[in-house]
Design a binder for this molecule. Structure first.
Ligand SMILES: [Zn+2]
Ligand SMILES: [Zn+2]
Length: 793
């Protein structure tokens, strides 16, 4: 067990120390310097612009009452483009005032045309509620903004449909409620002038592909009523936002990316937890492996202090210094563990001080979340360990320090999380704490890959047949499909319609394709995640929170230990049919780790490169996986107590994979002994999965892999990397398109790792279903060298 360093407690809890001094104190805490790089992100001076001439005085006055004297340059530019009727995306940093860019043209139009309406879409109800407060706070005559979502009382719905001219909702409600009920919304849709899509970078992968078609269905209904609304999108900083927005909406979109808002400077440190002395090397902390899909974990001897421990200590230290700190942790379990450890360390130093730290994540009830945000803003709380920026209220910016426990998967989200730091005019601190993971290790030693590289593009694939066909079915229910609709829904629409006809779902008539059934198709935008599973305390019937369907087998299997706000529960029963897990309070001294087994077969090849002894392929595959058992491990020591079988159904996945094959002879001439081929491929597969997020907006939890010395479908040594979503999400496709750059980074990450025979920073994987066995680090480099020598760049 590692010991925590007790924090030193400063006298005051007002303004904290300067970031540079704070960082100096944090790095002096232990032996050796954990900081690999410090980047000064300079303060930026704002560039204001005059109010556009078209902005009515009434609206300017309303903004002025809220403290906005003039727009920033980028706000004025985007607003004017939209007011002139162009589709526009504004993609700038956190707290750069993106909302003014769409509020200005939308509200000006509502004031000028007393009949016009605006539809605003946010990815979460919480964000829509925040935005409602902002718009309502302007107190504009006749706008009557209102949220319309699952929480809206039935009694209010009709009033909103008839009278609100600024409706705030989410894509799920648009899909399940508004579009199927378009007849009741005809008055609103007929007059629709603007569609605002906030935080549109969150619409990526399968979910993004679904939303893309929901928006096409919206455009189709508007067109039927004679309306052609202007789309205004707001995004975090992202690569090539115009293209992503074009894919999302199906329209030509102009991007505004030059951020003209002011911000305080940030001292950004890259932090690599120290290596543990060999004799004290403790097995991984139970919740160390991140990600909600975290299944099997490792039986490894951990070589570095865990990022969770390190983050918990840093959080305790900054809170003890009186610094308002937000720690981002990737897994929900991890956020609970960081908060609990920081609380304990603070209470050891000053009894009661631990109460100023809390955990925060999705799945908490809305009231709990708002209360925690309020407490942090008012300073009752000084430290919060949170899962994900998206669920946080938009006002939660201007913190003194942000700790990022593990690379969040994309540079875009890294900057978004770091952007929570920095009150205007004040310096702030951001620290990225590396996990034992090839990507994290690569990044803290290649700061140019963070600070010198553009952010990733948002990847989505509206042509995914698993998305397109059900969406066309939904569209057909709303109004028969006609040949004119084919262009709207894009590539593959005709094939998908033919399949629906063949399956008996659509009937072709002279006037179009008609939906044949009485019931609507059941289509879940959030992909295979399925409906969330409710976590209910058996004794009281109290709803503790929810877990998404995809993670439920891993996190809520019978016997699983489940943490909520630092309180430990044990699952009695997981009822998949009812979508509910029953738990009771219990704090055993073990943690639980689910394991799964996977099988894969090739269905078809879409594209390939024949490179002599090496083949690189993109195609469809079938993946079968099942959570089969879980381990119980002693929390204090990591010792495995036992492995218990589970009886959960298998899950099947038809998806897209990229794979490469090598001839046995090329491996032999590269010096890979036959007996080492499985370990070589397995190690290369792990590292390749770990590095793919450099290329696409995914993280390793979105993708899976399989490697084998002889695969029946390829008849060769093969490494597969597949999208973990039905029909694929565009990640494997992106990997195929950038194969040599991707595998080059993979090879370098392995070769540059200082370990002897493989560690979690290079070839070991926290989600390996085989307990990281066999693995051969030197042979993985040989395998990748063979691939890179033969593959055209
Ligand atoms: Zn290593
Ligand atoms: Zn593995």
């Amino acid at each position: 067990m590692e010991s925590s360093t007790a924090p030193t407690v400063s006298a005051g809890h007002g303004a904290g120390p300067a970031p540079v001094d704070l960082l100096r104190r944090l790095r002096a805490r232990g032996a050796g310097d954990p900081v690999t790089h410090v980047e000064r992100v300079p303060a930026r001076v704002g560039v204001p612009a005059p109010w556009p001439a078209w902005a009515p005085p009434e609206l300017r006055a309303a903004f002025a009452r809220r403290g906005v004297v003039a727009p920033w340059q980028h706000q004025a530019e985007a607003a004017t483009l939209a007011y002139d009727g162009g589709h526009v995306i504004v993609a700038t940093g956190t707290a750069s005032g993106k909302s003014l860019a769409y509020q200005l043209p939308a509200l000006a139009t509502l004031l000028a045309d007393p009949r016009a309406t605006v539809l605003y879409l946010a990815p979460t109800k919480a964000l829509a509620a925040d935005q409602l407060r902002a718009v309502a706070g302007l107190e504009l005559e006749g706008v009557r903004p209102a949220c319309y979502d699952g929480d809206t009382p039935r009694a209010e719905r009709e009033w909103i449909r008839r009278h609100s001219r600024f409706v705030l909702t989410n894509p799920d409600m648009l899909h399940h409620g508004i579009l199927p009920g378009h007849a009741q919304w005809s008055g609103f849709l007929r007059r629709l002038a603007y569609v605002v899509i906030d935080e549109c970078h969150t619409y990526r992968g399968v979910f993004g592909s679904h939303v893309a078609h929901v928006l096409r269905r919206l455009r189709r209904q508007c067109a039927r009523f004679g309306a052609t609304p202007v789309f205004v999108l707001a995004s975090a900083t992202s690569g090539d936002p115009a293209t992503a927005a074009g894919r999302l909406t199906g329209l030509p979109v102009t991007a505004v990316t030059e951020d003209a808002s002011p911000r305080g400077g940030v001292t950004f440190a890259l932090w690599e937890p120290p290596l543990l002395p060999p004799d004290s090397a403790a097995p991984a902390v139970p919740a160390q492996a991140a990600g909600d899909h975290d299944a099997a974990t490792t039986d490894l001897v951990q070589v570095r202090r865990s990022a969770l421990r390190e983050t918990a200590d840093l959080l305790a230290d900054t809170v003890a210094e009186g610094v308002r700190t937000l720690a981002f942790v990737r897994s929900r379990k991890g956020a609970e563990v960081v908060a609990a450890n920081a609380r304990r360390a603070l209470d050891d130093a000053v009894p009661g001080l631990g109460g100023r730290v809390a955990a925060y994540r999705g799945g908490y009830l809305r009231e709990e979340r708002r209360e925690l945000e309020r407490a942090l803003l008012h300073g009752d709380l000084l430290g919060l360990a949170s899962t994900n920026a998206l669920e946080l209220g938009v006002d939660l910016v201007g913190l003194d320090a942000v700790l990022i426990c593990g690379y969040p998967g994309t540079r875009a989200s890294l900057w978004q999380q770091a952007g929570r730091a920095g009150r205007s005019g004040q310096e702030a601190l951001a620290v990225l704490v590396a996990r034992d993971d090839p990507l994290d290790t690569y990044l803290v030693h290649h700061p140019e890959a963070i600070f010198g590289a553009p952010v990733e593009a948002t990847v989505l694939d509206p042509a995914n047949p698993y998305v397109l066909a059900p969406q066309l079915a939904c569209a057909a229910v709303e109004a028969p499909l006609t040949p004119a609709d084919l262009a709207l829904f894009g590539d593959g629409a005709k094939e998908a319609i033919d399949q629906l006809v063949e399956a008996g779902a659509l009937r072709q008539r002279p006037t179009g394709w008609y939906w044949r059934h009485r019931e609507r198709p059941e289509v879940d935008l959030r992909g295979e995640g399925g409906a969330p599973v409710c976590v209910v305390e058996s004794a009281t019937g109290r709803l503790l929170g929810t877990v998404d369907g995809g993670s439920s087998h891993f996190l809520l299997h019978p016997g699983a230990v489940y943490l909520h706000q630092g309180i430990s529960y044990v699952v009695d029963d997981l009822d998949l049919a009812d979508g509910c897990a029953l738990v009771h309070v219990e704090e055993p001294d073990w943690s639980t780790h689910a394991r799964d087994v996977t099988d894969l077969s090739v269905v078809s090849v879409r594209s390939y490169v024949d490179a002599g002894p090496v083949g690189m392929f993109l195609g469809e595959v079938d993946v079968t996986s099942q959570v089969v058992s879980y381990q119980r491990r002693r929390i204090a020591t990591g010792e495995v107590i036992d492995t218990r079988p589970l009886d959960l159904p298998t899950r099947e996945l038809r998806t897209v994979a990229v794979w490469f094959t090598l001839s046995p002879r090329s491996l032999a001439s590269a010096g890979v002994q036959q007996a080492d081929v499985p370990g070589a491929l397995h190690a290369a597969e792990h590292a390749a999965i770990g590095l793919l997020p450099l290329m696409a907006t995914c993280d390793r939890w979105d993708i899976g892999g399989l490697s084998t010395a002889l695969h029946p479908d390829t008849e060769a040594p093969t490494v597969f990397v597949y999208d973990g979503h039905p029909g694929g999400a565009g990640f494997a496709e992106r990997a195929y398109g950038t194969a040599s750059a991707w595998l080059r980074a993979t090879r370098d990450a392995i070769a540059e790792c200082g370990c002897e025979s493989g560690c979690p920073s290079c070839v070991q994987s926290p989600k390996c279903g085989n307990g990281n066995n066999p693995l051969s680090k030197p042979d993985a480099i040989r395998v990748l060298d063979v691939v890179l020598e033969n593959l055209p760049a």
